[in-house]
Design a protein around this ligand. Structure first.
Ligand SMILES: Nc1ncnc2c1ncn2[C@@H]1O[C@H](COP(=O)(O)OP(=O)(O)OP(=O)(O)O)[C@@H](O)[C@H]1O
Length: 286
C-alpha cells in the first residue's frame, strides 16, 4: 500500500470562512489508551525510552516538546504505524480500553479502525470527489456500508468535522477544490467516517493559516466528547487552548526521548513541577 493510502487508512478536511459546528448526537464510542514502558528504535538507535502515559477517554491530550524528542514516533506507536517504517522496532504495551493493540491475536486493521490519524499536511485524494474522500477510509479498512447509509454517514462526518455547511452543495467537486484548511477538515471527516474511538493528530494545523487553525481547533473541541484525541503540537498556545492534559517530551543530548512531566494542562502551564517544563512552556528553549 502506498504512503498516501496508508495515511488514508489511518485517517478515518477547513475554511477561512464558516463555521458553525453542528453537534451531532452519537452514542459514545470514546476509549482510553494506556502506554506502558514504550521504547522505540530506528535501526540500532533508541529514540524513546520506557514511556508511560495514560490517555483518558473523551479528553484531548497534547504531546509537546522540542523537535526530535520522539512525539511523532510515540503517536505512530499508538496506532501501529511505527512498525511500517523499515528497520523500526518497539517494546512495551499499548492498551485500548485495557486490550493490548499489539496482541498477535489482534488484526492490524482493527487497531487502525479504532485509532485514526490525521497528518500534518492535509492529504485528501485530490482527484476524488469530496463525497468519495469522506468514504475512502471505509473502503481501505474493508468496512461495508449500504447506499442510503453512505449519504447519512457523509453528512454526519462532514458535520462533525465542521465542514458540511460549506460543502453540502458541491459534494461532487474534487477534494483539491477546497482550501488547505477545508482539506484538513475533509481529512478529519474521512477519519471520523470510520467511527474511530481515538483520533491521533500530528501537528494538524502546522500548514494552516491562523483562521483555519482556529476552525480546526473548534472542531477538535466539538468532537472530543465522542472521540479521544491525542495531538502533537509545537504551538504552546494551541496546546493551552485545546487540551485537557499535556505530556512534555524531552531527549537530552542525544539520549532517547522520555516524558519529563505530564498532567492537567493548567498545571503544566501554570505550576509545572520540573524546571525544564517551565522553561519549555515559557519559550526559553525548543
Ligand atoms: N524514519 C526514520 N528513520 C530514522 N530515524 C528517524 C525516523 N523518523 C524519526 N527518526 C528519528 O527519531 C527521533 C524522534 O523523531 P520524531 O519525529 O518522533 O520526533 P518529534 O519529537 O516528533 O520531532 P518533530 O517535532 O520535529 O516532528 C529523531 O531523532 C528523528 O531523527
Amino acid at each position: 500500500m502506498g504512503a498516501h493510502a496508508t495515511e488514508a487508512v489511518a485517517d478515518a478536511g477547513a475554511a477561512a470562512t464558516s463555521t458553525a459546528v453542528i453537534p451531532v448526537a452519537l452514542p459514545s464510542t470514546t476509549a482510553s489508551l494506556e502506554a506502558s514502558k514504550v521504547s522505540a528504535w530506528f535501526g540500532q538507535r533508541k529514540v524513546l525510552d520506557r514511556v508511560d502515559l495514560e490517555i483518558p477517554a473523551g479528553k484531548v491530550t497534547a504531546l509537546i516538546g522540542p523537535s526530535g524528542c520522539g512525539k511523532s514516533t510515540f503517536l505512530r506507536i499508538l496506532n501501529r504505524m511505527h512498525e511500517l517504517v523499515p528497520g523500526a522496532s518497539l517494546a512495551g504495551e499499548v492498551l485500548l480500553d485495557g486490550v493490548d493493540i499489539y496482541d498477535p491475536e489482534r488484526r492490524l486493521t482493527d487497531a487502525r479502525k479504532a485509532i485514526g490519524m490525521v497528518f500534518q499536511k492535509p492529504n485528501p485524494f485530490p482527484a476524488m470527489s469530496i463525497y468519495d474522500n469522506v468514504l475512502a477510509g471505509l473502503k481501505l479498512t474493508g468496512t461495508k456500508v449500504g447506499r442510503t447509509e453512505k449519504d447519512a454517514l457523509v453528512e454526519e462526518s462532514l458535520t462533525r468535522a465542521g465542514l458540511w455547511l460549506e460543502v453540502r452543495d458541491r459534494l461532487k467537486q474534487p477534494g483539491s477544490a477546497l482550501s488547505g484548511g477545508q482539506q484538513q477538515r475533509l481529512c478529519i471527516a474521512r477519519s471520523l467516517a470510520v467511527r474511530p474511538r481515538v483520533l491521533l493528530m500530528d501537528e494538524p494545523c502546522s500548514a494552516l493559516d491562523p483562521t483555519s487553525t482556529r476552525v480546526v481547533e473548534e472542531t477538535i473541541q466539538h468532537i472530543a466528547s465522542d472521540v479521544t484525541i491525542v495531538i502533537v503540537t509545537h504551538n504552546m498556545q494551541q496546546a493551552h487552548r485545546v487540551s485537557d492534559q499535556c505530556a512534555f517530551f524531552l531527549a537530552a543530548h542525544g539520549t532517547p526521548g522520555v516524558i519529563v512531566e505530564h498532567g492537567p494542562t493548567a498545571s503544566i502551564f501554570e505550576s509545572p513541577q520540573d524546571q525544564r517544563t517551565h522553561d519549555y512552556v515559557n519559550g526559553r528553549f525548543g
